[in-house]
Unconditional design. Structure first.
Length: 459
């Protein structure tokens, strides 16, 4: 009787799961294993919203396995130690897992290889599980570079790459009796959750994919920046936890066809692009990818300005609406992320790492590759070819929330303000301003722009 272990990480699904497919094809029994890694908490990434969503995902994964005659084994502690214990308990010959890209994931693979080296058990790491195309699979031709630092040429090469066909979910999973399991975590009792946090799990993720593909993908190109319309897929949390497959999403979108599907596939490529950058440059999670010699603010007012930004009290309605959506849902519209991040990093000239950390504290889709590298893109220290662009929150509001619906949804103090005045409430008569309770701007836009240009030496 042969046994293999499948270590689940950011791939909490049964459909299109190459490690599980390979394990079932090569062994009589399979141990589906998830380790609640103590290092995640030590690193400060065990935050309430993602902890609750993870609990949903694990319960859903266990239910899917039980429908197929199996069960999920949950352990708590150090990943390498717990995998080693399960291998010893079951006599497993192989451990299968998905390849990761962050420095944390790379160290985890190294430690697993070391821990398994003395057991005689092999470790097989599978590519294109968390991303559609494996990081490192595509490099600029003839340049000697190990990754793409510009999106457009990467997108061209990525688009021409043939993707593997998705694997079906297994019909049955036979799990040995030997390994014991800790109790499945639950979102019940998790404190500090965003009130509007979405439900996790593969079943929920696949429902969302099907519904969105049927009703909204056709209009995605035209409406994905419409803040009030909320026409995005909202699949980012499911992609982060791997309850849906990037490979399968690309196939399904291409099958749907049309400009909307093409625009959505482009967004999936952006995700792969950031993962391949981080895989090649793990330090980009904390250090400037392309340093601009920034002299980030350290004055006495910076803490108060940053707190106002976090609380959605900057005096700029679109920025505040986006930040309040983040706190309420643990998620934010992508256009809102760009505007809020630009305001902190450029208009307030606060170090992008402070904003990235706050996003990671609340975002249910808080992914190191996408979060950190999108923040760097906005801050001008990343891969943006126009590093000094500054997004004006008033102009952006007029363009992407022309009726003010999104602003009034999240900033109730301004519900009674009619027309375009809702974007610049500081211009209202004094009596109307004081009556609303909405704050004055923390900085003038022209003042913030001048400060940024001076700091960057732009004249």
């Amino acid at each position: 009787m042969t046994t293999a272990v499948v270590l689940f990480t950011s791939d909490l699904r049964l459909h299109d799961h190459p490690p599980l497919h390979a394990a079932l094809a090569s062994a009589d029994e399979v141990v589906p294993l998830f380790v609640l890694d103590e290092a995640v908490g030590a690193a400060g990434f065990d935050v309430p919203n993602r902890r609750a969503f993870l609990a949903d995902c694990l319960r859903d994964l266990d239910a899917g396995l039980r429908e197929r005659g199996g069960r999920l084994i949950v352990r708590k502690g150090d990943v390498a130690e717990e995998v080693g214990r399960v291998v010893t308990e079951t006599g497993a010959a192989w451990v299968h897992m998905a390849a990761g890209v962050s420095a944390f994931a790379q160290r985890r693979e190294e430690r697993l290889r070391e821990a398994l080296g003395s057991t005689g058990c092999g470790l097989r790491v599978h590519d294109a599980v968390i991303t559609a195309v494996a990081p490192g699979a595509l490099v600029p031709s003839g340049s000697g570079k190990d990754h793409f630092g510009v999106f457009t040429p990467y997108f061209r090469k990525w688009s021409a790459e043939g993707l593997r066909e998705p694997f079906p979910a297994p019909r049955g999973v036979r799990v040995p009796e030997a390994p014991g399991s800790a109790a499945l975590p639950s979102r019940t009792g998790v404190e500090g959750l965003s009130p509007g946090l979405a439900e996790g799990g593969e079943v929920e993720g696949r429902k969302r994919v099907t519904a969105w593909r049927r009703s909204a993908i056709a209009s995605y190109e035209d409406l994905h920046d419409d803040l009030a319309g909320d026409a995005t897929s909202r699949l980012s949390p499911h992609l982060h936890f791997g309850t849906v497959s990037s490979v399968e999403l690309v196939h399904r979108a291409r099958a749907a066809g049309g400009p909307g599907a093409e625009a959505f596939v482009r967004q999936l490529c952006w995700r792969d692009f950031h993962h391949q950058v981080l895989s090649a440059r793990p330090a980009a999670s904390r250090s400037d990818y392309r340093p601009r010699q920034d002299r980030w603010r350290t004055d006495e007012a910076v803490a108060g300005d940053t707190d106002a930004w976090k609380e959605g009290r900057t005096g700029y309605p679109l920025v505040d609406a986006a930040m309040r959506q983040l706190r309420h849902e643990g998620w934010m519209h992508n256009r809102g992320r760009l505007i809020a991040a630009s305001f902190l990093a450029k208009t307030l000239y606060v170090d992008w790492r402070a904003g990235a950390r706050h996003f990671l504290d609340l975002l249910v889709d808080g992914d190191i590759a996408n979060n950190q590298l999108n923040w760097q893109w906005v801050a001008g220290t990343g891969t943006d070819s126009r590093p000094n662009r500054v997004l004006n929150p008033v102009t952006q509001a007029r363009r992407y929330d022309p009726d003010g619906t999104y602003v009034r949804r999240w900033v109730p103090e301004l519900v009674g303000v009619t027309g375009s005045a809702v974007f610049e409430p500081w211009k209202l008569p004094a009596g109307e301003r004081s009556g609303s309770g909405y704050p004055e701007p923390v900085v003038g836009l022209s003042e913030g722009l001048a400060r940024f240009k001076e700091a960057r030496g732009l004249g």
